[in-house]
Design a protein around this ligand. Structure first.
Ligand code: ZN
Ligand code: ZN
Length: 169
């Protein structure tokens, strides 16, 4: 098994992004830096929409096309990871700031919770081994209903509005 990558902070990620662009003679515009910074200094799983509104809150106007192009670049530079949790859009998070982790996704409110488990890590390696694979990486997403949404559903039930169906993947 490989050891987890060293943790990086937002400033280090930004330095790496600058170097990546410089090495490839790509222009690092203020807008691209602004998009990258939103991600690098966040510990959430942001969509392109989230990034756009975070920038707008800071008074920075960046077009959707620039955001998508920058996200593409950052994924290729391995500075962010891209997730598709099946809710119709992609989400991004900085790489290296948090170590390897898995995700729980709430089907009601879309909240994403992170967890890591030594047992899951061991199990993945074992399963790969059983099938003659050398483990490279894995992704686990557990879909369900978060605590708050369960509480809200319970309140609705108590109010006598009948049973609510829970979506299954
Ligand atoms: Zn929820
Ligand atoms: Zn995550």
């Amino acid at each position: 098994m490989t050891s987890p990558p060293p943790k990086l902070d937002g400033k280090e990620l930004l330095d790496r992004f600058r170097k990546y662009m410089r090495d490839r003679n790509l222009p690092l515009t203020q807008q691209r830096q602004a998009v990258a910074s939103v991600l690098f200094f966040s510990d959430e799983h942001l969509s392109a929409e989230d990034i756009e509104s975070a920038l707008r809150d800071d008074g920075i106007r960046v077009g959707k096309a620039t955001i998508y192009r920058t996200l593409d670049l950052l994924v290729r530079a391995a500075l962010i990871s891209e997730h598709d949790f099946g809710d119709g859009f992609k989400r991004y998070e900085p790489r290296g700031v948090t170590s390897h982790h898995e995700h729980l996704i709430c089907l009601e409110c879309g909240k994403v919770v992170e967890f890591s488990s030594e047992r899951i890590e061991r199990m993945n390696a074992l399963i790969a081994d059983e099938h003659g694979f050398r483990h490279h990486h894995h992704r686990l997403a557990i879909y369900g209903v978060c605590h708050e949404c369960q509480d809200n559903a319970a309140v609705t039930l108590e109010a006598g509005s009948g049973r609510r169906g829970v979506k299954h993947e």
